[in-house]
Design a protein around this ligand. Structure first.
Ligand code: BUP
Length: 455
Protein backbone atom coordinates (compact mmCIF):
# COMPACT_ATOMS: atom_id res chain seq x y z
CA UNK A 1 0.00 0.00 0.00
CA UNK A 2 1.31 3.44 -0.94
CA UNK A 3 1.30 5.95 1.90
CA UNK A 4 1.30 9.73 1.51
CA UNK A 5 -1.36 12.42 1.16
CA UNK A 6 -4.72 10.99 0.13
CA UNK A 7 -5.07 11.35 -3.63
CA UNK A 8 -8.24 12.10 -5.61
CA UNK A 9 -8.69 11.69 -9.38
CA UNK A 10 -11.19 14.06 -11.02
CA UNK A 11 -12.70 13.29 -14.43
CA UNK A 12 -14.05 16.36 -16.30
CA UNK A 13 -16.06 16.66 -19.51
CA UNK A 14 -13.78 18.54 -21.97
CA UNK A 15 -15.79 21.79 -22.16
CA UNK A 16 -14.98 25.10 -20.49
CA UNK A 17 -18.23 25.20 -18.49
CA UNK A 18 -17.13 21.93 -16.85
CA UNK A 19 -13.34 22.19 -16.73
CA UNK A 20 -13.46 25.59 -14.99
CA UNK A 21 -15.58 24.56 -11.95
CA UNK A 22 -13.97 21.10 -11.70
CA UNK A 23 -10.49 22.62 -11.66
CA UNK A 24 -11.64 25.04 -8.94
CA UNK A 25 -12.85 22.02 -7.00
CA UNK A 26 -9.41 20.41 -7.51
CA UNK A 27 -7.74 23.52 -6.06
CA UNK A 28 -10.13 23.51 -3.10
CA UNK A 29 -9.38 19.84 -2.32
CA UNK A 30 -5.70 20.60 -2.42
CA UNK A 31 -5.53 23.90 -0.59
CA UNK A 32 -8.22 23.46 2.04
CA UNK A 33 -8.17 19.70 2.60
CA UNK A 34 -4.57 18.71 1.77
CA UNK A 35 -5.44 16.12 -0.90
CA UNK A 36 -3.20 15.46 -3.89
CA UNK A 37 -5.21 15.73 -7.08
CA UNK A 38 -5.00 14.50 -10.67
CA UNK A 39 -7.24 16.33 -13.14
CA UNK A 40 -8.27 14.15 -16.09
CA UNK A 41 -10.14 15.08 -19.24
CA UNK A 42 -10.37 14.15 -22.91
CA UNK A 43 -8.15 15.85 -25.46
CA UNK A 44 -10.86 17.04 -27.89
CA UNK A 45 -9.74 20.57 -28.74
CA UNK A 46 -7.08 23.24 -28.53
CA UNK A 47 -9.07 24.82 -25.65
CA UNK A 48 -8.53 21.70 -23.56
CA UNK A 49 -4.78 21.76 -24.16
CA UNK A 50 -4.39 25.41 -23.26
CA UNK A 51 -6.73 25.06 -20.27
CA UNK A 52 -4.88 22.13 -18.72
CA UNK A 53 -1.56 23.87 -19.41
CA UNK A 54 -2.82 26.81 -17.32
CA UNK A 55 -3.54 24.69 -14.22
CA UNK A 56 -1.26 25.29 -11.22
CA UNK A 57 1.86 23.11 -11.31
CA UNK A 58 0.73 21.38 -8.09
CA UNK A 59 -2.21 19.75 -9.90
CA UNK A 60 -1.23 16.88 -12.17
CA UNK A 61 -3.21 16.67 -15.37
CA UNK A 62 -3.80 13.81 -17.77
CA UNK A 63 -5.34 14.09 -21.25
CA UNK A 64 -7.08 10.95 -22.48
CA UNK A 65 -7.00 10.48 -26.27
CA UNK A 66 -10.20 11.50 -28.08
CA UNK A 67 -11.98 8.20 -28.86
CA UNK A 68 -13.31 7.55 -32.34
CA UNK A 69 -16.93 8.69 -32.85
CA UNK A 70 -17.11 8.21 -36.62
CA UNK A 71 -19.91 5.69 -36.36
CA UNK A 72 -22.32 8.16 -34.70
CA UNK A 73 -25.08 9.51 -36.97
CA UNK A 74 -24.18 13.03 -38.19
CA UNK A 75 -27.32 14.49 -36.58
CA UNK A 76 -26.34 13.21 -33.08
CA UNK A 77 -27.04 15.76 -30.38
CA UNK A 78 -24.24 17.16 -28.23
CA UNK A 79 -25.37 15.18 -25.15
CA UNK A 80 -25.14 11.93 -27.15
CA UNK A 81 -21.68 12.90 -28.39
CA UNK A 82 -20.46 13.73 -24.87
CA UNK A 83 -21.97 10.57 -23.46
CA UNK A 84 -20.18 8.39 -26.04
CA UNK A 85 -16.95 10.35 -25.63
CA UNK A 86 -16.90 9.66 -21.91
CA UNK A 87 -18.05 6.01 -22.19
CA UNK A 88 -15.48 5.20 -24.88
CA UNK A 89 -12.73 6.84 -22.81
CA UNK A 90 -13.21 4.35 -19.96
CA UNK A 91 -10.49 1.88 -21.14
CA UNK A 92 -7.83 4.62 -21.33
CA UNK A 93 -9.08 6.09 -18.05
CA UNK A 94 -8.77 2.67 -16.42
CA UNK A 95 -5.06 2.52 -17.32
CA UNK A 96 -4.50 5.94 -15.74
CA UNK A 97 -6.40 5.02 -12.57
CA UNK A 98 -4.64 1.65 -12.21
CA UNK A 99 -1.31 3.47 -12.49
CA UNK A 100 -2.34 6.14 -9.94
CA UNK A 101 -3.51 3.43 -7.55
CA UNK A 102 -0.12 1.70 -7.83
CA UNK A 103 1.92 4.85 -7.29
CA UNK A 104 -0.15 7.11 -4.99
CA UNK A 105 -2.49 6.85 -2.02
CA UNK A 106 -5.51 7.06 -4.37
CA UNK A 107 -8.74 7.07 -2.36
CA UNK A 108 -11.49 8.38 -4.62
CA UNK A 109 -12.62 9.04 -8.17
CA UNK A 110 -14.85 12.09 -8.68
CA UNK A 111 -16.65 12.14 -12.04
CA UNK A 112 -18.46 14.80 -14.01
CA UNK A 113 -22.12 14.36 -14.91
CA UNK A 114 -21.63 12.19 -18.01
CA UNK A 115 -18.79 10.21 -16.46
CA UNK A 116 -20.67 7.63 -14.39
CA UNK A 117 -19.39 4.66 -16.43
CA UNK A 118 -16.11 5.27 -14.61
CA UNK A 119 -17.84 4.12 -11.40
CA UNK A 120 -17.11 0.55 -12.63
CA UNK A 121 -13.39 1.32 -12.28
CA UNK A 122 -13.92 2.61 -8.72
CA UNK A 123 -15.81 -0.59 -7.85
CA UNK A 124 -13.12 -2.79 -9.32
CA UNK A 125 -10.28 -1.00 -7.53
CA UNK A 126 -12.05 -0.36 -4.22
CA UNK A 127 -12.13 3.44 -4.53
CA UNK A 128 -14.82 5.78 -3.27
CA UNK A 129 -16.99 7.12 -6.12
CA UNK A 130 -18.36 10.63 -6.15
CA UNK A 131 -20.28 12.62 -8.69
CA UNK A 132 -19.60 16.34 -9.15
CA UNK A 133 -22.54 18.21 -10.64
CA UNK A 134 -21.33 21.58 -11.96
CA UNK A 135 -24.81 23.00 -12.42
CA UNK A 136 -27.78 23.99 -10.29
CA UNK A 137 -29.00 21.76 -7.44
CA UNK A 138 -32.44 22.15 -9.06
CA UNK A 139 -31.24 20.38 -12.24
CA UNK A 140 -29.62 17.70 -10.10
CA UNK A 141 -32.87 17.21 -8.17
CA UNK A 142 -34.77 16.97 -11.48
CA UNK A 143 -32.27 14.37 -12.79
CA UNK A 144 -32.58 12.28 -9.62
CA UNK A 145 -36.39 12.26 -10.02
CA UNK A 146 -36.30 11.65 -13.78
CA UNK A 147 -36.90 7.87 -13.68
CA UNK A 148 -40.10 8.51 -11.74
CA UNK A 149 -41.25 11.25 -14.15
CA UNK A 150 -40.49 8.94 -17.05
CA UNK A 151 -42.82 6.32 -15.54
CA UNK A 152 -45.63 8.68 -14.63
CA UNK A 153 -45.80 11.23 -17.47
CA UNK A 154 -46.86 10.16 -20.93
CA UNK A 155 -45.89 11.85 -24.19
CA UNK A 156 -43.40 14.66 -24.58
CA UNK A 157 -42.79 16.78 -21.47
CA UNK A 158 -43.17 19.93 -23.59
CA UNK A 159 -46.75 18.88 -24.50
CA UNK A 160 -47.69 18.34 -20.85
CA UNK A 161 -50.57 20.76 -20.16
CA UNK A 162 -49.48 21.62 -16.61
CA UNK A 163 -46.13 22.75 -15.24
CA UNK A 164 -44.10 19.74 -14.08
CA UNK A 165 -43.78 19.48 -10.31
CA UNK A 166 -40.65 17.85 -8.96
CA UNK A 167 -40.27 17.76 -5.15
CA UNK A 168 -37.99 20.59 -4.00
CA UNK A 169 -37.99 22.34 -7.39
CA UNK A 170 -39.74 25.38 -8.79
CA UNK A 171 -42.41 24.08 -11.26
CA UNK A 172 -41.17 23.89 -14.86
CA UNK A 173 -42.99 24.06 -18.15
CA UNK A 174 -41.89 21.03 -20.18
CA UNK A 175 -40.39 23.35 -22.82
CA UNK A 176 -38.00 24.76 -20.18
CA UNK A 177 -36.51 21.40 -19.22
CA UNK A 178 -32.94 20.61 -20.24
CA UNK A 179 -32.39 19.89 -23.97
CA UNK A 180 -32.06 16.09 -23.77
CA UNK A 181 -35.51 15.95 -22.12
CA UNK A 182 -37.11 17.72 -25.10
CA UNK A 183 -37.42 14.65 -27.32
CA UNK A 184 -38.03 11.37 -25.55
CA UNK A 185 -37.45 9.38 -28.75
CA UNK A 186 -33.95 10.82 -29.26
CA UNK A 187 -30.85 8.93 -28.07
CA UNK A 188 -29.84 11.90 -25.91
CA UNK A 189 -32.89 11.25 -23.68
CA UNK A 190 -31.87 7.58 -23.18
CA UNK A 191 -28.39 8.79 -22.21
CA UNK A 192 -29.86 11.26 -19.73
CA UNK A 193 -32.04 8.55 -18.17
CA UNK A 194 -29.11 6.13 -17.97
CA UNK A 195 -26.69 8.59 -16.37
CA UNK A 196 -29.14 10.06 -13.91
CA UNK A 197 -30.08 6.52 -12.76
CA UNK A 198 -26.41 5.79 -12.05
CA UNK A 199 -26.01 9.02 -10.02
CA UNK A 200 -27.67 7.04 -7.22
CA UNK A 201 -24.65 4.70 -7.00
CA UNK A 202 -22.37 7.54 -5.83
CA UNK A 203 -21.09 7.71 -2.24
CA UNK A 204 -21.97 11.38 -2.42
CA UNK A 205 -22.75 14.16 -4.89
CA UNK A 206 -20.87 17.44 -4.87
CA UNK A 207 -22.94 20.29 -6.30
CA UNK A 208 -21.76 23.77 -7.26
CA UNK A 209 -24.47 25.57 -5.36
CA UNK A 210 -25.25 26.63 -1.83
CA UNK A 211 -28.03 26.60 0.76
CA UNK A 212 -28.23 30.38 0.30
CA UNK A 213 -29.18 29.90 -3.36
CA UNK A 214 -31.16 26.69 -3.53
CA UNK A 215 -32.30 25.55 -0.07
CA UNK A 216 -35.31 23.55 -1.28
CA UNK A 217 -33.73 21.11 -3.77
CA UNK A 218 -30.71 20.59 -1.50
CA UNK A 219 -32.96 19.74 1.47
CA UNK A 220 -35.16 17.51 -0.71
CA UNK A 221 -32.16 15.46 -1.91
CA UNK A 222 -30.65 15.17 1.55
CA UNK A 223 -33.92 14.09 3.14
CA UNK A 224 -34.70 11.46 0.48
CA UNK A 225 -33.23 8.12 1.58
CA UNK A 226 -33.15 6.85 -2.03
CA UNK A 227 -30.58 9.48 -3.00
CA UNK A 228 -26.90 9.90 -2.05
CA UNK A 229 -26.00 12.82 0.21
CA UNK A 230 -25.44 16.07 -1.61
CA UNK A 231 -22.57 18.39 -0.60
CA UNK A 232 -23.32 22.00 -1.66
CA UNK A 233 -19.77 23.36 -1.75
CA UNK A 234 -20.47 26.38 -3.96
CA UNK A 235 -20.70 28.71 -5.48
CA UNK A 236 -17.21 27.84 -6.64
CA UNK A 237 -15.98 30.32 -9.22
CA UNK A 238 -12.62 31.27 -10.63
CA UNK A 239 -10.58 33.62 -8.58
CA UNK A 240 -10.42 36.82 -10.66
CA UNK A 241 -6.66 36.96 -10.25
CA UNK A 242 -6.28 33.75 -12.24
CA UNK A 243 -7.87 35.20 -15.33
CA UNK A 244 -7.10 38.91 -15.39
CA UNK A 245 -3.71 38.53 -17.04
CA UNK A 246 -3.16 41.22 -19.57
CA UNK A 247 -6.22 43.21 -20.56
CA UNK A 248 -5.63 42.28 -24.20
CA UNK A 249 -9.11 43.29 -25.32
CA UNK A 250 -8.86 46.65 -23.53
CA UNK A 251 -12.29 46.21 -21.93
CA UNK A 252 -11.08 46.69 -18.34
CA UNK A 253 -9.33 49.90 -19.38
CA UNK A 254 -12.55 51.04 -21.11
CA UNK A 255 -14.65 50.09 -18.05
CA UNK A 256 -12.29 52.17 -15.92
CA UNK A 257 -13.52 55.29 -17.77
CA UNK A 258 -17.27 54.62 -17.28
CA UNK A 259 -19.45 55.80 -14.37
CA UNK A 260 -20.32 53.30 -11.59
CA UNK A 261 -23.09 50.78 -12.39
CA UNK A 262 -23.59 52.15 -15.90
CA UNK A 263 -22.45 49.28 -18.13
CA UNK A 264 -24.39 46.20 -19.26
CA UNK A 265 -22.14 43.19 -19.84
CA UNK A 266 -23.56 40.94 -22.59
CA UNK A 267 -22.29 37.40 -23.12
CA UNK A 268 -23.76 34.18 -24.48
CA UNK A 269 -20.98 32.01 -23.09
CA UNK A 270 -18.32 29.89 -24.64
CA UNK A 271 -20.64 28.46 -27.35
CA UNK A 272 -22.01 31.83 -28.53
CA UNK A 273 -24.53 30.78 -31.16
CA UNK A 274 -27.04 33.54 -32.01
CA UNK A 275 -28.44 33.51 -35.54
CA UNK A 276 -27.45 36.41 -37.85
CA UNK A 277 -31.05 37.82 -37.49
CA UNK A 278 -30.84 37.66 -33.71
CA UNK A 279 -27.39 39.27 -33.68
CA UNK A 280 -28.81 42.13 -35.71
CA UNK A 281 -31.84 42.56 -33.39
CA UNK A 282 -29.60 42.48 -30.33
CA UNK A 283 -27.34 45.14 -31.84
CA UNK A 284 -30.46 47.26 -32.53
CA UNK A 285 -31.81 46.68 -29.01
CA UNK A 286 -28.54 47.71 -27.37
CA UNK A 287 -28.40 50.83 -29.49
CA UNK A 288 -32.06 51.73 -28.81
CA UNK A 289 -31.60 51.32 -25.04
CA UNK A 290 -28.95 54.04 -25.06
CA UNK A 291 -27.07 52.18 -22.30
CA UNK A 292 -23.34 51.59 -22.20
CA UNK A 293 -22.34 47.97 -22.87
CA UNK A 294 -19.61 45.42 -23.44
CA UNK A 295 -20.80 42.70 -25.80
CA UNK A 296 -18.80 39.51 -26.28
CA UNK A 297 -19.51 37.89 -29.64
CA UNK A 298 -17.89 34.49 -30.00
CA UNK A 299 -17.88 32.59 -33.26
CA UNK A 300 -20.41 29.79 -33.11
CA UNK A 301 -18.90 26.39 -32.40
CA UNK A 302 -20.02 23.04 -33.76
CA UNK A 303 -18.91 19.53 -32.91
CA UNK A 304 -17.75 17.26 -35.71
CA UNK A 305 -16.78 13.72 -34.77
CA UNK A 306 -16.40 14.91 -31.20
CA UNK A 307 -14.00 17.71 -32.13
CA UNK A 308 -14.95 21.36 -31.60
CA UNK A 309 -14.79 23.57 -34.67
CA UNK A 310 -15.36 27.29 -35.03
CA UNK A 311 -17.85 28.48 -37.65
CA UNK A 312 -16.66 31.61 -39.38
CA UNK A 313 -19.21 34.41 -39.52
CA UNK A 314 -20.43 35.48 -42.98
CA UNK A 315 -19.04 38.49 -44.85
CA UNK A 316 -22.31 40.43 -44.74
CA UNK A 317 -22.67 39.85 -41.01
CA UNK A 318 -19.11 41.08 -40.45
CA UNK A 319 -19.88 44.23 -42.50
CA UNK A 320 -22.97 44.98 -40.37
CA UNK A 321 -21.00 44.50 -37.19
CA UNK A 322 -18.26 46.78 -38.42
CA UNK A 323 -20.78 49.54 -39.18
CA UNK A 324 -22.43 48.97 -35.81
CA UNK A 325 -19.11 49.25 -33.96
CA UNK A 326 -18.33 52.50 -35.75
CA UNK A 327 -21.76 53.92 -34.84
CA UNK A 328 -21.66 52.98 -31.17
CA UNK A 329 -18.04 53.92 -30.72
CA UNK A 330 -17.62 55.22 -27.18
CA UNK A 331 -21.01 54.04 -25.85
CA UNK A 332 -20.27 50.35 -26.17
CA UNK A 333 -17.56 47.85 -26.93
CA UNK A 334 -17.88 44.73 -29.04
CA UNK A 335 -15.27 42.11 -28.22
CA UNK A 336 -14.62 39.13 -30.50
CA UNK A 337 -12.46 37.06 -28.18
CA UNK A 338 -12.28 35.58 -24.68
CA UNK A 339 -12.58 38.30 -22.03
CA UNK A 340 -11.76 38.27 -18.29
CA UNK A 341 -15.43 37.82 -17.31
CA UNK A 342 -14.86 37.74 -13.56
CA UNK A 343 -12.90 41.00 -13.66
CA UNK A 344 -15.69 42.58 -15.71
CA UNK A 345 -18.38 41.40 -13.31
CA UNK A 346 -16.54 42.67 -10.27
CA UNK A 347 -15.77 46.06 -11.83
CA UNK A 348 -17.68 48.94 -10.22
CA UNK A 349 -18.75 50.28 -13.65
CA UNK A 350 -20.68 47.06 -14.42
CA UNK A 351 -24.34 47.46 -13.46
CA UNK A 352 -26.06 44.61 -15.34
CA UNK A 353 -25.37 41.27 -16.97
CA UNK A 354 -27.28 39.93 -19.96
CA UNK A 355 -26.46 36.24 -19.73
CA UNK A 356 -27.22 32.96 -21.52
CA UNK A 357 -27.59 31.44 -18.03
CA UNK A 358 -24.74 28.93 -18.20
CA UNK A 359 -24.53 27.94 -14.52
CA UNK A 360 -21.00 29.30 -14.10
CA UNK A 361 -22.00 32.69 -15.46
CA UNK A 362 -25.16 32.64 -13.32
CA UNK A 363 -23.27 32.08 -10.07
CA UNK A 364 -20.51 34.50 -11.08
CA UNK A 365 -23.21 37.15 -11.49
CA UNK A 366 -24.61 36.38 -8.03
CA UNK A 367 -21.24 36.24 -6.26
CA UNK A 368 -20.47 39.69 -7.68
CA UNK A 369 -23.96 41.07 -7.03
CA UNK A 370 -24.73 42.03 -10.65
CA UNK A 371 -28.47 42.13 -11.57
CA UNK A 372 -29.17 39.92 -14.59
CA UNK A 373 -31.25 39.51 -17.71
CA UNK A 374 -31.77 35.79 -18.34
CA UNK A 375 -31.71 34.85 -22.02
CA UNK A 376 -31.09 31.09 -22.17
CA UNK A 377 -30.00 29.27 -25.34
CA UNK A 378 -29.32 25.53 -24.93
CA UNK A 379 -28.36 22.68 -22.56
CA UNK A 380 -30.00 23.22 -19.14
CA UNK A 381 -29.88 27.04 -19.47
CA UNK A 382 -33.68 27.41 -19.62
CA UNK A 383 -33.95 25.58 -16.28
CA UNK A 384 -31.27 27.88 -14.87
CA UNK A 385 -33.17 30.91 -16.13
CA UNK A 386 -36.31 29.75 -14.28
CA UNK A 387 -34.23 29.27 -11.13
CA UNK A 388 -32.70 32.75 -11.50
CA UNK A 389 -35.91 34.59 -12.33
CA UNK A 390 -38.58 32.69 -10.37
CA UNK A 391 -36.79 30.97 -7.50
CA UNK A 392 -33.84 33.18 -6.51
CA UNK A 393 -35.39 36.27 -8.15
CA UNK A 394 -32.18 37.91 -9.31
CA UNK A 395 -32.96 38.18 -13.03
CA UNK A 396 -35.56 39.42 -15.48
CA UNK A 397 -36.29 36.74 -18.05
CA UNK A 398 -36.20 37.81 -21.69
CA UNK A 399 -39.55 37.05 -23.40
CA UNK A 400 -38.84 34.80 -26.37
CA UNK A 401 -41.55 34.77 -29.03
CA UNK A 402 -41.82 31.08 -29.96
CA UNK A 403 -44.39 31.94 -32.65
CA UNK A 404 -41.71 33.99 -34.35
CA UNK A 405 -39.08 31.23 -34.50
CA UNK A 406 -37.75 32.33 -31.10
CA UNK A 407 -36.57 35.69 -32.45
CA UNK A 408 -36.50 38.51 -29.87
CA UNK A 409 -37.08 41.90 -31.47
CA UNK A 410 -34.99 45.00 -30.73
CA UNK A 411 -37.92 46.89 -29.09
CA UNK A 412 -38.35 44.10 -26.52
CA UNK A 413 -34.59 43.87 -25.92
CA UNK A 414 -34.33 47.63 -25.36
CA UNK A 415 -37.34 47.59 -23.00
CA UNK A 416 -35.90 44.79 -20.85
CA UNK A 417 -32.46 46.44 -20.71
CA UNK A 418 -34.03 49.71 -19.56
CA UNK A 419 -36.13 48.03 -16.89
CA UNK A 420 -33.02 46.32 -15.51
CA UNK A 421 -30.73 49.35 -15.68
CA UNK A 422 -33.13 52.13 -14.66
CA UNK A 423 -36.59 50.70 -13.79
CA UNK A 424 -38.32 49.69 -10.55
CA UNK A 425 -37.91 45.98 -11.35
CA UNK A 426 -34.17 46.49 -11.73
CA UNK A 427 -34.00 48.23 -8.32
CA UNK A 428 -35.79 45.31 -6.61
CA UNK A 429 -33.48 42.82 -8.28
CA UNK A 430 -30.47 44.84 -7.23
CA UNK A 431 -31.55 44.80 -3.56
CA UNK A 432 -32.23 41.09 -3.72
CA UNK A 433 -28.94 40.21 -5.42
CA UNK A 434 -26.91 42.28 -2.95
CA UNK A 435 -28.41 40.33 -0.05
CA UNK A 436 -27.80 37.02 -1.89
CA UNK A 437 -24.22 38.14 -2.51
CA UNK A 438 -23.69 38.76 1.22
CA UNK A 439 -25.24 35.43 2.17
CA UNK A 440 -23.21 33.32 -0.31
CA UNK A 441 -20.02 35.08 0.75
CA UNK A 442 -20.83 34.33 4.41
CA UNK A 443 -21.50 30.66 3.61
CA UNK A 444 -18.26 30.37 1.65
CA UNK A 445 -16.18 32.01 4.41
CA UNK A 446 -16.64 29.35 7.06
CA UNK A 447 -20.39 28.88 6.72
CA UNK A 448 -22.33 25.88 5.39
CA UNK A 449 -20.60 25.71 1.97
CA UNK A 450 -17.28 25.50 3.74
CA UNK A 451 -18.44 22.77 6.11
CA UNK A 452 -20.22 20.87 3.35
CA UNK A 453 -17.10 19.10 2.23
CA UNK A 454 -16.01 17.79 5.62
CA UNK A 455 -17.05 14.29 4.69
BR1 BUP B 1 -17.46 33.72 -23.36
C1 BUP B 1 -16.39 33.78 -21.83
N1 BUP B 1 -14.55 34.73 -20.67
O1 BUP B 1 -15.09 35.49 -22.72
P1 BUP B 1 -20.93 28.89 -18.39
C2 BUP B 1 -16.62 32.94 -20.78
N2 BUP B 1 -15.79 32.99 -19.69
O2 BUP B 1 -14.02 33.99 -18.63
P2 BUP B 1 -20.96 27.79 -21.08
C3 BUP B 1 -14.76 33.89 -19.61
O3 BUP B 1 -16.39 30.78 -19.13
P3 BUP B 1 -22.91 25.74 -20.47
C4 BUP B 1 -15.32 34.70 -21.80
O4 BUP B 1 -16.62 33.34 -16.68
C5 BUP B 1 -17.58 31.12 -17.13
O5 BUP B 1 -16.77 30.75 -16.04
C6 BUP B 1 -17.11 32.47 -17.68
O6 BUP B 1 -19.34 28.93 -18.36
C7 BUP B 1 -16.00 32.04 -18.59
O7 BUP B 1 -21.30 28.78 -19.89
C8 BUP B 1 -17.32 30.16 -18.27
O8 BUP B 1 -21.47 30.16 -17.93
C9 BUP B 1 -18.57 29.83 -19.08
O9 BUP B 1 -21.35 27.69 -17.64
O10 BUP B 1 -22.32 27.00 -21.25
O11 BUP B 1 -19.85 26.89 -20.75
O12 BUP B 1 -20.83 28.64 -22.27
O13 BUP B 1 -22.12 25.56 -19.21
O14 BUP B 1 -24.34 26.07 -20.20
O15 BUP B 1 -22.78 24.61 -21.45
Amino acid sequence: MVVGAPHVAILAIPYMGHMIPLSEFAKLLQVRYGFDVTFITVDNSFDVLSFTASLPGTIASVLLPQPSLHDLPPQSKIDTIISHTMARSVPSLREVIVNLKATTNLVALVVDLYGVDAFDISEELGLKKYLIFPSAATSLCFALHLAELDRTIEGEYQDHPEPIHVPGCVPFHGRDLMDPAQDRKDDSYSHLLYHSARYKEAHGIIVNSSIALEPRPIKEINSNTKFPNVYPIGPLIKNGNDVEGEDVTGCLKWLGKQPPNSVLYVSFGSGGNLSPEQLSELAGGLEMSGKRFIWVIRSPVITKDGVLMEVKTGKEEEEHLKEFMERINGVGMVVRSWVPQISILKHEATGGFLTHCGWNSSIEGMVHGVPMIAWPQYAEQKMNSVVLSEEIKVAIRMKVDDENGGLVKRQEISKVIKSLMEGEEGKKIEERIKSIQQEVTRQLDGGSSNLALDF
